[in-house]
Design a protein around this ligand. Sequence first.
Ligand code: FES
Length: 106
Amino acid sequence: MSDGNWQMICGDADIEEGAMLPIEIGDLQIAVYRVGGEIFATDNVCTHGFALLTDGILEDDVVECPLHGGMFNIKSGKALCEPVDCDVRTYRTRRVDDRVEVLLDS
Ligand code: FES
């Protein structure tokens, strides 16, 4: 049985602690983060307008959108403050050897 649609998105060494990386897979734009040694992933497009979260600011586990300052928790996707009121989608991640993979819909 398949364990799901895991897709490699980058090498483990491609993203430093406290950094973000924009990734495109087909039509999907995904933001990858490394915080506390762990890898997280969300949709990269803000739920309020068209802005890439990876162009914003990452502080601990909160990313701030560059356009209007909306904030999301990168672990839960939760929208934290005005003007964003819709959570951002999160993706499961895993590291396999020196690769980082995200779980996409099949
Ligand atoms: S586009 Fe992100 S807060 Fe407005």
